[in-house]
Write a protein that binds this ligand. Structure first.
Ligand code: ATP
Ligand code: MG
Length: 566
């Protein structure tokens, strides 16, 4: 089912509690050994990495047990839903490496059946049309410490409710004028069971059904029916729905239809970010970020553009695991996962982000030497090499030179010798400055005996610098990303403010005029590179064009989160 089966399969031999339940169900023959899950997004925004956890869990279980997993759009609320989201969600799931085959469903496909079921409940005396306004309903509802009171319409006749419900559907009433409610128990300690709304009036076009309906079913009623119709065995959802489970069960039991089992697990929370479509919408619409796929956001489209691979996201979901209690995962774990992978897969290249020109005076003008350098120098078992051209004028990193270096500075300084990676030893002879005193170029000499960067006579240098030939290097733009929020939990905002007060104003740094190895001109979107000493990079899928390449830093070389917290 998945594109890359070996990396999708579970590395943990220890089973999570959901798989344990499924094992038991299979042993007892509860669903005749069938395993059928679903991923049920509401198409009201782009998916985020929290959804990836749910996708990996649902599709992963289907894979592990030879079962099936449906993709079902839970599109019961037309006010916030859009086909743009329907499309992006499918793209993101495919990218993650999962396939729903021909099982793409919409809750809205079942509206007629849901209506029939609602009529059945009315006929059974288990539902009634209520005329209370939203505000009145709130008053009647009571509180956690106070029982609710019965609606004055609760005992209206079955015939009257049937008639009114039909007329609700026919469009005779305004939004909010009436609702259909379940007739359960206004004194239940579980607020969800206090005669919850089943249908509401909403004169609103739907992305799928157009203007066919002006009444829409509520989530709790609709969801169980959707699961039941599709023959789902294990309906996996997040912990917030634990208290809704008795209602899920009540509807299916009262209707006497096939009854899947709802199982709740802890949602993924990450620090230094928000994790809700609603909040990402705000960031996009208010222009705090450059769109849904802004590489600073943990939307799946954002982290994809940032350079995360789908295999690293699946691995991350596996490492996070499936638990029954909520926790907050460190962003460092997400970064660690991609870093681990890229360390193995991304060839090293030299890229100078803030160039400083170096002229090697005793190197012949016009001469070009091609040096062979290792793509994976840390791994002696791999002998992949590339060639980089060396010339008289090169660029080095401006921060690799200091005119008055402190004692432990082992890079370039006046009179000091360093190794140019894979090329030669050089000594800094002269510093050229502009009228403001800024260093603009260096004059150096090289030792021809140190060809390939090897020591000519056993003398040692402490520093090895990356470099690019000035004549051959490729100018590119580089985007460096920092955390989007300055605090661990941006959801907590001061009185009268919202989460956007915590945005990091310096989350994006754009560097132009960076100089990289000429070989990068052929980079493809799927390629990943380690820019030596700078981190892991990929082409930006949005703004990179032939001739004007833009690179995103996916992740730095070291964990920057740990020290930040102190
Ligand atoms: P949001 O608050 O971002 O809109 P949601 O739960 O309302 O999230 P849905 O489209 O309803 O979004 O979610 C589809 C599925 O993804 C649901 O089964 C939901 O439980 C799951 N899901 C959503 N957020 C997370 C999360 N942070 N961790 C794990 N699963 C999640
Ligand atoms: Mg939602």
């Amino acid at each position: 089912m998945a594109a890359n089966e070996s990396s999708v399969s579970n590395e943990n031999t220890r089973k999570d509690f959901i798989r344990t339940i499924i094992d038991e169900d299979n042993a007892s023959g509860k669903y005749d050994g069938r395993v059928h899950t679903r991923f049920p997004p509401e198409p009201n925004g782009y998916l985020h990495i929290g959804h990836a956890k749910s996708i990996c869990l649902n599709f992963g279980i289907a894979q592990d047990y030879g079962g099936l997993c449906n993709l079902r759009f839970d599109d019961t609320n037309p006010t916030k839903e859009d086909v743009e989201y329907v499309e992006s969600i499918q793209e993101d799931i495919r990218w993650l490496g999962f396939d729903w085959e021909e099982r793409l469903y919409y809750a809205s496909d079942y509206f007629e059946q849901m209506y029939e079921y609602a009529v059945q409940l009315i006929k059974k005396g288990k539902a009634f049309v209520c005329d209370l306004s939203a505000e009145e309903m709130r008053e009647y509802r009571g509180s956690l410490t106070e029982p609710g009171r019965n609606s004055p319409y609760r005992d209206r006749s079955v015939e009257e409710s049937l008639d009114l419900f039909e007329r609700m559907r026919a469009g005779e009433f305004a939004d909010g004028a009436r609702t259909l409610r379940a007739r359960i128990d206004m004194t239940s300690p579980n607020m969800h069971l206090r005669d919850p709304i089943i249908y509401r009036i909403l004169h609103q076009s739907h992305h799928n059904t157009g203007d066919k309906w002006c009444i829409y079913p509520m989530y709790d009623f609709a969801h169980g029916i959707e699961d039941s119709i599709e023959g789902i065995t294990h309906s996996i959802c997040t912990l917030e729905f634990e208290d809704n489970r008795p209602l899920y069960d009540w509807f299916l039991d009262e209707l006497g239809v096939y009854h899947p089992q709802q199982i709740e697990f802890a949602r993924l929370n990450l620090n230094y970010t928000v994790m809700s479509k609603r909040k990402f919408i705000k960031l996009v619409q208010d222009g705090h970020v450059r769109g849904w796929d802004d590489p600073r956001m943990v939307t799946l489209s954002g982290i994809r553009r940032r350079g995360y691979t789908s295999s690293s996201i699946r691995k991350f979901a596996e490492r996070v695991g499936v638990a029954k209690n909520n926790s907050v995962i460190d962003m460092a774990l997400l970064e660690h996962t991609i870093r681990d992978e890229l360390n193995e897969t991304a060839p090293r290249v030299m890229a100078v982000l803030r160039p400083l020109k170096v002229i090697i005076d005793n190197y012949p003008e016009g001469k070009v030497e091609d040096f062979e350098v290792q793509n994976f120098p840390h791994d002696k078992t791999r002998n992949e090499v590339r060639t980089v051209p060396f010339t008289r004028e090169i660029f080095i990193e401006a921060s690799d030179f200091m005119e008055e270096p402190p004692r432990k500075f082992f890079r370039l300084a006046p009179g000091k010798e360093v190794r140019l990676m894979g090329a030669y030893y050089i000594i800094c002879q002269e510093v050229v400055k502009d009228e403001d005193g800024n260093v603009v170029e260096l004059h150096c000499s090289y030792d021809p005996e140190s060809r390939g960067g090897a020591s000519p006579d056993g003398r040692k240098v402490r520093g090895t610098l990356h470099w690019v030939s000035a004549a051959h290097s490729l100018p590119v733009e580089v985007r460096l990303y920092d955390k989007l929020f300055l605090v661990e939990n941006p959801n907590k905002a001061p009185e009268g403010e919202d989460f956007t007060v915590h945005l990091n104003p310096d989350s994006l740094e754009v560097l132009t005029g960076c100089m990289v190895e000429p070989g990068l001109a052929d980079a493809a979107l799927e390629d990943r590179f380690q820019f030596i000493r700078h981190g892991y990079f990929c082409l930006d899928s949005g703004d990179s064009k032939a001739g004007t390449l833009v690179f995103n830093r996916t992740v730095s070389l070291r964990d920057t989160w740990a020290k930040m917290k102190k």
